[in-house]
Design a protein around this ligand. Structure first.
Ligand code: PEP
Ligand code: MN
Length: 672
C-alpha cells in the first residue's frame, strides 16, 4: 500500500502510518510517498499516487493544526481512521559531539513549540525552522553539519545514524499527536464505526450553532472536538468542524438527518473507528461532567477470540537451549548493575548454552522510594553491547511507552510487563499502543494480586494491539497470608490461565515466587511437572552483593546445577501422568486445602493467645487451671457441632483432646 505522508522516513508521520496501517492490514507492505507539505499529501492521494494519506491534526501541546482543518474543507478526501501517537523528541546530532558543542538546532515548527522549556534553558543555541523532524536529521547527516542538532524521534536517529545528545526534550510527558488516515474512498457505515468528523455551515443568526449542537445532545451524541475553520474562497465565512462519537449508530443517523434538514450545509468528512489514546486519565473534561452530571462513556469491549491469542514461542526466532530445545529458558540478574556485571554474567551464561535469552532489569519498580531504581537507558546500552559480544538475545521489563521506544531503539529482543504494571490497565494500554505495528515478543507477568481477569485482560490488550508473539509469566501472588514463599504460587491460577488462553506460552518465574534460593529447585520442578513452557530464573555473578533481590539469585554454577537436576516431561505426550486439564482440577482443590489449613493454623494460634489471657486471669483470681465442668461442656458442644457438619465423632474428640492437653500445658507453664 502506498501511503502519502508529510515528511520523510523516520518522521512521526511515518511511525503513525506504520502503526495505523500495520494494525489495520497486518502483513501489508507499506511504501511511503514522502511529501513536502500537507497540501501535497492531499494532492498525491487525489491524483492516485498514493492510496492513502496520513496527516497530523492536533497535538496536546501545540493544539489544533489549523491549516489541516482548512485542507479537509478544501479537498474531497475522507477520513478513514485515526491514531494517537505519543511524541518523544530527542536532541540528535552527528556522533561524537557533546551538548556544549551544539550551536544550532533545526526543528519542525510544531516540534519546536513542544520543546520550549528545553530551548529556553539553552539560550546559546540558535533555532532554525525545518520541514520535518526526520528531514532535519537527514539534512545534518547528508551535509555533515557539525555543531548542528535536530529535534527528532528515535526512528529518525536510527535511520540517519545520529547520536542522541539529550533524551525527551519535550515540555510535557504526555505529548501526544492525533493523526488522521485519509483515502478517496470513504468507509461504509458499519457496526464498528463509532466516530465521525463533520463540518457545518450555519446561518449568522443568534443561536444557530447552539441549536445545531442541541440536536447532537438530544441524540446522545458526544462532541469530542469543535473547531472553526476558514472557508478558503469566502472571506470571513467559517465552517464549524465537529468530531462526534456515539454508542449506537442509529443515534448518529437520526441526528445527522435532522442536522441536514436544519443547517445550511453539513459535510461528512468520514465515519471511522475511534482511536485509543491513553490521555483519558490526564485530560478528563470535568467541566461537562459537573454541568450535566453525565457518566463517562462506557467503553465498548473489544473482543478477541481466546484461541487467536498467542502461538508457539518456537516461532519467535530465539536460539534454543542446549538442554532441551522445547523449553523457553531465560536467565540473568534481577538488575543490570554496571557494565562489568552485565558483561560478566552474559559471558558466563552464554558459555553454559542453557538460556535462550538474557534477562536484566533496567527500570526497577521498587516498593519504597529512594532505593536503587535501575540505570535506565544507560543499562540498555550495556545489554545491547553484551548481546553483540556474547550473542544472547536480551529481555527487559517495561512499564510504559517510553520504555518500549527505548527498548526498540536499543535492539531489545523480548520485553516483559512486570507484575506491578499488569495490575494497572492504563499502563498496559499505554504499552499496547506503543507496541502497535511492531513484532517484538511480549511476556506478561501475572499481577501482584491473585486476579486472573486482570492478567487475561492485560494479555488481551496487547493482543488487540496486533502483537502475535505473546507469552505469560507466572511469578506468584501476594495473598496476604504468611508463607514460606515471597509470593505463593497458587498454582490453580496459572493453570486456569492456560485453560482460558491455551495458545499463550506460559513460563514460570521461580525467583519471585520463592524470594529465597532454597526453594527454587522445588518450584522450578513443579512448574515443569505442570506443563509450563519454560522458566525465567535470576542469576547473578555474585548474588550475595546484588543490589536487588540478593537472597533469591543464583550463581551461574548453581543455575546450571539446578537445570541439570530437572526431571523434564516426557517428549511423548501420551506418557504424561496427568493431562493439563486434570492438573488444573487437582491444583484448584490443593489451593483450597492450603487456604483452609492456613486458617486452621491461624485459628489455633489465636486460640492459644486467648488461653494465655485466661491463664493470667485464673492466676490473679486464684482459680484452678483445670475446670472440669467447663471442659465437659466445651467438648460436648464441639462434638455435636462436628457431627452436625458431617465429621466423625471420634475424630473430633481426638482433635479436641489434643487441643485441650495443649491448653493445660500452656496454662500450667504460665502458673509457675
Ligand atoms: C523482576 O523480574 O525483576 C521483577 C521486578 O519481577 P516482578 O514484576 O515479578 O516483581
Ligand atoms: Mn527481581
Amino acid at each position: 500500500m502506498r501511503v502519502a505522508i508529510q515528511g520523510i522516513a523516520g518522521s512521526f508521520h511515518d511511525i503513525a502510518a506504520r502503526r495505523y496501517f500495520g494494525g489495520q492490514f497486518p502483513g501489508t507492505h507499506l511504501d511511503l510517498v514522502p511529501c513536502e507539505s500537507f497540501e501535497s499529501v492531499f494532492e498525491s492521494v487525489l491524483a492516485g499516487e498514493a492510496e492513502t494519506g496520513m496527516i497530523a491534526i492536533e497535538n496536546t501541546i501545540a493544539g489544533s493544526i489549523l491549516g489541516n482543518y482548512g485542507l479537509l474543507e478544501k479537498y474531497d478526501l475522507s477520513i478513514i481512521g485515526e491514531i494517537y501517537v505519543r511524541i518523544r523528541h530527542h536532541l540528535v546530532a552527528l556522533p561524537g559531539q557533546t551538548l556544549a558543542e551544539i550551536h544550532t538546532i533545526i526543528g519542525q515548527p510544531v516540534a519546536l513549540q513542544q520543546c520550549t522549556k528545553f530551548l529556553r534553558e539553552h539560550p546559546h543555541i540558535k533555532v532554525q525552522e525545518g520541514q520535518d523532524t526526520a528531514g532535519a536529521a537527514k539534512e545534518i547527516h547528508d551535509r555533515n553539519l557539525v555543531g548542528v542538532a535536530a529535534i527528532a524521534g528515535y526512528a529518525a536517529a536510527d535511520l540517519y545514524g545520529m547520536d542522541i545528545l539529550f533524551e525527551c526534550v519535550e515540555d510535557q510527558a504526555h505529548n501526544t499527536t492525533r493523526f488522521l488516515a485519509l483515502s478517496k474512498t470513504p468507509n461504509a457505515p458499519n457496526a464498528q464505526v463509532n466516530k465521525a468528523s463533520l463540518s457545518l455551515r450555519v446561518s449568522h443568526r443568534a443561536g444557530a450553532l447552539a441549536a445545531a449542537l442541541n440536536i447532537l445532545k438530544q441524540h446522545h451524541i458526544n462532541l469530542t472536538k469543535i473547531q472553526s475553520t476558514v472557508v478558503v474562497d469566502v472571506p470571513f465565512e467559517y465552517a464549524i468542524h465537529l468530531d462526534v462519537t456515539w454508542e449506537a449508530m442509529v443515534d448518529f443517523e437520526d441526528a445527522l438527518a435532522i442536522l441536514q434538514s436544519r443547517a445550511l450545509e453539513v459535510r461528512i468528512h468520514g465515519v471511522y473507528v475511534r482511536g485509543v489514546s491513553d490521555l483519558g486519565s490526564m485530560a478528563k473534561p470535568t467541566y461537562a461532567t459537573a454541568i450535566e452530571g453525565d457518566q463517562d462513556e462506557p467503553a465498548a469491549i473489544s473482543k478477541i477470540e481466546p484461541h487467536a491469542i498467542g502461538g508457539p514461542w518456537t516461532n519467535w526466532g530465539l536460539p534454543v537451549s542446549s538442554v532441551r530445545p522445547d523449553y523457553l529458558l531465560i536467565a540473568g540478574p534481577c538488575s543490570a548493575e554496571s557494565e562489568e556485571q552485565v558483561m560478566e554474567i552474559a559471558e558466563k551464561l552464554a558459555a553454559t548454552g542453557v538460556p535462550c535469552a538474557l534477562r536484566a532489569g533496567v527500570w526497577k519498580p521498587r516498593t519504597r522510594a529512594g532505593g536503587f531504581e535501575g540505570h535506565g537507558v544507560q543499562a540498555l546500552k550495556w545489554l545491547a553491547e553484551a548481546k553483540r559480544r556474547f550473542g544472547l538475545p536480551i529481555a527487559v521489563e517495561v512499564a510504559g511507552a517510553a520504555h518500549i521506544e527505548a527498548c526498540l531503539h536499543h535492539g531489545v529482543d523480548i520485553v516483559w510487563v512486570g507484575a506491578r504494571t499488569t495490575g494497572n490497565p492504563f499502563s498496559v494500554q499505554e504499552i499496547a499502543d506503543a507496541l502497535r505495528g511492531t513484532d517484538i515478543p511480549v511476556l506478561v507477568k501475572n499481577p501482584i494480586s491473585p486476579d486472573l481477569e486482570l492478567w487475561i485482560g492485560a494479555v488481551e490488550r496487547i493482543a488487540l494491539a496486533g502483537i502475535k508473539k505473546i507469552g505469560a509469566i507466572h511469578r506468584g501472588f501476594a495473598t496476604g497470608q504468611k508463607s514460606v514463599y515471597r509470593n505463593p504460587p497458587e498454582w490453580s491460577l496459572p493453570l486456569q490461565f492456560r485453560d482460558r488462553l491455551p495458545n499463550v506460552p506460559l513460563i514460570c518465574d521461580p525467583s519471585h515466587i520463592c524470594g529465597k534460593r532454597d526453594t527454587l529447585a522445588e518450584i522450578t520442578q513443579k512448574s515443569i511437572d505442570r506443563g509450563f513452557d519454560g522458566f525465567m530464573l535470576e542469576v547473578h555473578p555474585n548474588p550475595t552483593v546484588a543490589m536487588t533481590d540478593a537472597s533469591q539469585q543464583l550463581t551461574p554454577d548453581a543455575y546450571v546445577a539446578l537445570v541439570n537436576d530437572i526431571v523434564w516431561r516426557p517428549t511423548d505426550p501420551s506418557e504424561e501422568k496427568l493431562s493439563a486439564e486434570n492438573w488444573t482440577k487437582l491444583e484448584t482443590m490443593r489451593t483450597a486445602i492450603d487456604r483452609l489449613d492456613q486458617d486452621v493454623v491461624e485459628s489455633l494460634s489465636s486460640r492459644y493467645d486467648v488461653v494465655k489471657q485466661i491463664a493470667e486471669y485464673k492466676r490473679v483470681h486464684g482459680l484452678d487451671v483445670l475446670q472440669p465442668a467447663r471442659w465437659e461442656a466445651l467438648m460436648n458442644h464441639r462434638v455435636s457441632l462436628g457431627e452436625r457438619l458431617g465429621l466423625d465423632r471420634e475424630f473430633i474428640e481426638h482433635v479436641f483432646n489434643l487441643v485441650h492437653d495443649e491448653s493445660i500445658r500452656v496454662q500450667a507453664e504460665l502458673q509457675k
